[in-house]
Design a protein around this ligand. Structure first.
Ligand code: ADP
Length: 310
């Protein structure tokens, strides 16, 4: 992939993740003694911006930070990845945080304190000149996300929405989206259809819908074409930010002019590699690592995008 072509604006959340490992996730009212503790820069917006920049696209992030010490590690991580950060500073407010308990068998329980993220408003969207793709998620206020999508549509910018965490989506927002990315649970939540992917997809008019399926890969409806991309085989140790790596890499590939099948392959390879490392932004692979996996697996004649029933 060449870094020539469009540029991506990511507008979304930035959080510091507080992660503790424990034998099991505590039940209501229970206290468990954890084992290891670490903080990791996270938040869907920031994670996706890191993935997009590491994939080679010129990437800008609009995000909000509080006036505490939690902002600095996130900003350092974004800078290290080459993300140009447009930061809204919110006085007397905490930076967004997420409290994550990961159990030994890979279960997790997450509580997010959104803090400064809720201060993002429609008017904070920067001038869109030079931007080819706007990448959005739902960890910022829904009315703001809708206004940003409508502004981008009016400016001729392609809108990619990762509808996570899931909620009922206003029709006006969906109508302004070019590429919708969801996992199976999110697809069910926004369509109201469970256990029938074809019926759920039929409810959506969005030109492109991509459904990520964890270790089973992903499927997509791109116009009239149905595609299935198996996951790249890896030994997964931590799937945190697999979906974010997928979305950021996808946006970079589309901005570079790759077609749908090639963009799905690249996003799948990058997100598989992200599963082999701990943390969120710290797990996102470099473009060279993704190229190496794509070349290796092509040579082995392994995953290839193919037509499939949804
Ligand atoms: P989310 O974290 O948003 O629920 P998924 O779990 O569907 O997203 O993962 C997103 C993508 O990450 C998948 O489509 C797949 O390409 C990749 N992925 C996830 N888990 C694995 C795994 N165990 N092995 C290889 N790739 C994986």
């Amino acid at each position: 992939m060449s870094a020539r072509g469009g540029s991506v604006l990511v507008a979304g959340s930035a959080n510091l993740d507080f992660v503790v490992r424990a034998a099991h996730v505590p039940a209501p009212g229970e206290t468990v003694l954890g084992q290891g503790f670490a903080t990791y820069p996270g938040g869907k917006g920031a994670n996706q911006a890191v993935a997009c920049a590491r994939a080679g696209a010129p990437t800008r992030l609009l995000a909000a930070f509080g006036d505490d010490d939690y902002a600095a590690p996130i900003e350092r991580s974004l800078q290290a990845a080459g993300v140009d950060v447009l930061a809204l500073r919110v006085a007397d407010t905490a930076t967004g945080t997420a409290f994550i308990c990961v159990s030994d068998d890979g279960e997790n329980a997450i509580t997010v304190a959104p803090g400064a993220n809720v201060a993002l408003r429609p008017e904070h969207l920067p001038d869109l000149r030079g931007v080819s793709h706007l990448l959005l998620q739902l960890e910022t206020p829904l009315a703001t996300v809708e206004a940003w999508a409508l502004a981008a549509r009016a400016a001729g910018v392609s809108v990619i929405l990762n509808a996570a965490p899931a909620c009922a989506l206003p029709e006006r927002l969906l109508a302004a989206v070019d590429v919708l990315v969801v996992n199976e649970g999110e697809l069910a939540a926004i369509t109201g259809v469970r256990d029938d992917r074809a019926a759920a997809l039929a409810r959506l008019n969005t030109p492109w819908v991509i459904v990520t399926l964890g270790a089973r890969g992903c499927c997509a409806r791109i116009g009239d074409a149905l595609l299935h991309q198996p996951a790249y085989p890896v030994t997964a140790v931590d799937t945190t930010a697999a979906g974010d790596t997928f979305c950021g890499t996808l946006a970079a590939a589309l901005a570079a002019g790759e077609d749908g099948a090639a963009a799905l392959r690249r996003a799948s390879a990058a997100s598989a590699l992200a599963c082999t490392r701990a943390g969120a932004q710290s797990s996102v692979p470099s473009r060279d690592e993704v190229e190496a996996l794509l070349a290796r697996v092509q040579a082995d004649d392994a995953p290839a995008t193919r037509a499939a029933s949804p």
